[in-house]
Write a protein that binds this ligand. Sequence first.
Ligand code: G7M
Length: 345
Amino acid sequence: MSTLEAPPDNCKRPADGAGDGDVKKAKLDEDAHSSHPKWTSLNSFKFVKVLREDPQAKSVCIHATSQLKRAADQSDGDAQSAEADAIILLEKTAFDTTDSGISTLLAPDTSLQQHFNNDIYGTYDSLLAPSLNNVKTVIIFPASAKHMEKYASHESHVIYESPEDYQSITLPYIQSSSFEMQWIYNILEKKKESEFIVYEDPDPEKGFVLVPDLKWDRKSLDTLYLSAIVHKHGIKSLRDLTPEHLPLLKNILNTGLEAIEKEYGVPKSKLRAYFHYQPSYYHLHVHFNQVKFTAPGSNVVGAHNLSDVIDNIKLYPDYYQKRTIPFLCKTNAKLYKCYEAAGKI
Ligand code: G7M
């Protein structure tokens, strides 16, 4: 491979001491996330624009703004308030197809409005009881420019990342970016979501925490989605995996599948476990979901089956350091711009 051009400034490694080596654990503040209030309605948000919509998934992602209250300023003692960006993800949830779920649907509470009928056919709007009309809602607030980048609808391209590209473009980009990983440290340190932990192995080397993923409504087993977040810090992604991580990977695969089967009754044969490449957060985690559910990022380019990863490393210890790994990248992403500036696109 020929010598690579120097990456553009915003893709460079930070100066020594400002982020050398692995992505560092952010300092935990007891009041982290106090900026995210417990909203009871959406009417305090001002609509800005639709970032993307998916009629098939029945979801919409909205850019809005809301008032962000800051702690009292020491000089005047007054609480400050400023408009900040919010991302609101709304997704109609799947039907509850258990006997009781369907019985509730076929109840007097469901009223029908007919559009037309013809011979034996008729179409209607069903107006369901509010309890059956749940719309899964994720609010990210205050949302950063990186969140806007992630959720905006932009064309994607496949980038073929060679080991040299990783070293000269992707790694400096990772080291110079902040990935808002506080939510991960909050889970690992039981500051958030501890009540939802499905399984934990506290071992610092091969341990992990298994929690429902943000994307799951935590109700429908058809869309079951959990994440195993490793306790060990400093493993950024698939690229870092070597034989030293095999005990960790095998533990996640075997114990993770067992724990899900035990908790939800979904057999291992109906589950898949995989990594995203590139991930959104560079702290190693594994995605678990039902095989019949096409989760975002479970496609051929972005997903790497955990059992394949284990086998590849067993066969070729430096497989993930040596191979070219393709990934999907949106044109508005900073990483895309780094590859563009390096003349790789
Ligand atoms: O591999 P990648 O980095 O793309 O995936 C990150 C995963 O973390 C996604 O599936 C997100 O839905 C999930 N996730 C992101 N956040 C901010 C949270 C969170 O706060 N809690 C939980 N449980 N999952 C999250």
